[in-house]
Design a protein around this ligand. Structure first.
Ligand code: DAH
Length: 351
């Protein structure tokens, strides 16, 4: 008596069991029972050899077709169960309030930069830009800071390579064409002054915001990269009075009318006379200090004008540079510069 007549009822039972499997574990158990190495259909295949020779092909075909049918049922049930497992266990409550997406906003340093730039634009300044990878000519030499000048030590930075400078300067002085200069990460935005003056004749009224680099260790008030904004005003008969008036106007607009500024004599190689600007307001007192140093400035040195081909007998000008972080720290009462770079939303969403 052959076993072939057992196949059909066994298939029906197996199909029912597969279709009814309540979860993936039960389905796997059913697969093992019927199609696994020791499963019932696997056992049938092994019995083929006991059949008379002429019955074997038909029986073998039947077994294979049945197995294929079971495999298909298995795959279908598996897909159903997997989908079910991926769906939420609780039914969705469409009456619940929606989840709000938080709108992003500008970083406090970007906001501060934009506010400063906006104020300067109102009084006729334009925005200028320059590269962060700069060469020594723009960063130092043209600013009257030659290679052996001690001011270079205070602005030590990251040197990258030596490169030939190929674009000729209009004045052509102090700078050989094709001269080889070190490439470095700019230590200040003052380099932009030179880039602009080399390209266009006076008068000039510009601000140049941007990132700068120094070989500094990070602490509460220092970071190896930070941001500055540079200002330059060149025309005929420009005085220190214009410089003071402009800087005071901008800081009052930015931080309030009670702001007081103090100019202290200082030294920069590209300005003469030079000053440091200290700043005082209720904001600095909140930070525990009456005066905070905020900027460097001065009247553009005649040698700088010579270097870019301007006649210092005709043109005068002032320049300043200040750290955006410093201004933002005062503005927002932040006491550690590193907080600006951590991108912690708990800080950022406050501004
Ligand atoms: N470059 C100076 C610095 O990074 C800041 C500065 C001082 C800029 C005087 C100027 C200036 O334009 O006239 O510390």
């Amino acid at each position: 008596m052959s076993f072939v007549h057992e196949i059909e009822p066994m298939k029906q039972t197996a199909l029912e069991e597969l279709k009814a499997a309540p979860d993936l574990a039960a389905l796997e158990q059913a697969r093992v029972n019927y199609l696994g190495t020791h499963g019932k259909f696997t056992a049938l295949s092994k019995q083929l050899g006991t059949l008379p020779k002429e019955e074997r092909p038909a029986a073998g075909k039947l077994i294979n077709e049945t197995k294929a049918e079971l495999e298909a049922a298995l795959a279908a049930r598996k897909a159903d169960l997997e989908l079910k497992a991926a769906l939420p266990k609780e039914p969705t409550d469409f009456t619940l309030p929606g989840r709000r997406r938080h709108l992003g906003r500008l970083h406090p340093l970007t906001q501060t930069t934009e506010d400063i730039v906006r104020i300067f634009r109102k009084i006729g300044f334009v925005v200028a830009d320059g590269p962060e990878v700069e060469n020594e000519w723009y960063c130092f030499d043209a600013l009257n800071t030659p290679a052996d000048h001690p001011a270079r030590d205070t602005q030590d930075t990251f040197y990258l390579a030596i490169a030939a400078i190929d674009s000729p300067s209009p004045g052509g002085e102090g700078r050989g064409e094709g001269e080889r200069k070190a490439l470095l990460l700019r230590t200040h935005t003052s380099s932009v002054q030179i880039r602009v003056m080399e390209k266009q004749p006076p008068p000039i009224r510009l601000v140049a915001p941007g990132r700068v680099y120094r070989r500094d260790n990070a602490d509460a008030t220092h970071n190896p990269t930070f941001q500055q904004i540079e200002g330059l005003y060149v025309d005929q008969g420009v005085t220190v009075g214009d410089l003071k008036g402009t800087v005071e106007y901008v800081f009052k607009k930015l931080l309030g009318d009670e702001v007081k500024l103090r100019f202290r004599p200082h030294y920069f190689s590209y300005t003469e006379p030079s000053f440091e600007i200290d700043f005082s307001s209720s904001l600095t007192r909140k930070m525990g200090k009456e005066w905070l140093e905020i900027a460097g400035c001065g009247m553009v040195h005649p040698q700088v004008f010579e270097n870019v081909g301007y006649d210092p007998e005709i043109w005068t000008g002032w320049a300043f540079g200040f750290g955006i972080e410093r201004v933002a720290m005062i503005r927002y009462g932040i006491n550690d510069i590193r907080l600006f770079y951590e991108n912690d939303v708990r800080l950022l969403r406050q501004f």
